[in-house]
Write a protein that binds this ligand. Sequence first.
Ligand code: F0G
Length: 458
Amino acid sequence: MKHRTIIEPFRIKSVEPIGLSTEAERVEQLKAAHYNPFLLRSRDVIIDLMTDSGTSAMSAHQWAGVMEGDEAYAGSRSWERMEHAVRDLTGMPHVLPTHQGRAGERILYGHLGGKGKVFISNTHFDTTRANIEFTGATAIDIPIPEGQDTALEHPFKGNMDVQELERLLNEHKGHVGAVILTVTNNSGGGQPVSLANAEEVSATCKRHGVPMMLDCCRVAENSWFVKNREQGMGDMTYRSIAQRMFALADGAVMSAKKDAFANIGGFIAFRDAELAKACTQLLIITEGFSTYGGLSGRDMEAIAIGLEEVFDPHYLDYRIRSTTFLGEQLNKIGVPLMMPIGGHAVYVDAKKLYPHIPPAHYPGQALVCELFRLGGIRSVEIGSVMFGTYAEDGSLKPSRMELVRLAIPRRVYTQSHIEYVAETFEGIMAERDRVKGMRITEEPHFLRHFTAHFEWLH
Ligand code: F0G
């Protein structure tokens, strides 16, 4: 018999209680957090879909690895295991451990960046962009045009616009720090990148003598889409698809908090020995010695094991299917979504959900607050709060899209949790016309979404 039900391919061995609350309590909690989900206390959250980063449930095998951690300052056995796992996956000889993805970004783009330099990506993740801009360089996003139409069905909406890449590489000849392919394309809606697109990007970079970096934190999830959607890929294993993608790049930056199922960690990997040498210097100054970066031995064990586990086909099938399940439930009740559903998250199109709220009044932030009020669900705005900038006259230059991300932690929530989220959206839809926009009352210069304060407009 072939079953319809996609079951979680694991049993629960250890549980963590969820504190339940009333709507009245949550209204107060939201107010105290200045309507910013980053300022809420985790114990007040019922279902936490803020991020899939560092929030995975580790396997029994990973926890056993934690006990095996070798905490030596130099040359630890756990580093040998992690280095071996990363080399084997990426095919890159030089590997540096970092405490998370952005530490790798700071080191690598700090070295390659600087005033006058240009970086080009399908879409820079927010920390990637901030680390690049912090050096004085410019970050340019060139997703394919199809990637910007939320309703359009396209198998690889995460792809980079290769024609535009060619044009930019000519325009900025001699000034391009790197081309960065983010798989899957997180800020662009969690959409996958095809192997064919990665090949074209790689060939274009080679012709122009520009290094290509892979931001590979969800490379296993991306491989699922390649195998199941790209012609001629059906017979390859998920791991070999990822390896083919790495083979196209000159270097890779990974936040191990995603597809390595680790609660902390990351790495940078390179083919070029000189680049690795320069980055090692920066690593030792700011992260730690080159055999631990910012990590403990036990973290490195968990990463090494996680990098193997994530390519299990049963896990990846469940992972992508269960994200799609949430999308399907929301689709049924008419919630406008970024289509098709991505790998790690469902993205709601807040501009369409609240057509009466203009981008300058942050429809995404309004939805984030409503989700918490009605269901204790924590989510994140990926729109003009995160990416908006100000024009000279002080008016908002909005982001291209106003999305809200429901990111699914790996191996954490069961189907009934997800059904509860879908039910909360019934309330969202029923009250959509009454919701007002928001305004920012306080904000920092960089990465404002983390600490900004908001209030409702009346
Ligand atoms: N690149 C991508 C594509 C990411 O999604 C992230 C983190 C990073 C780099 C930075 O890694 O957090 O380990 O420093 N994304 C998390 C998220 C924070 O919620 O999507 P980090």
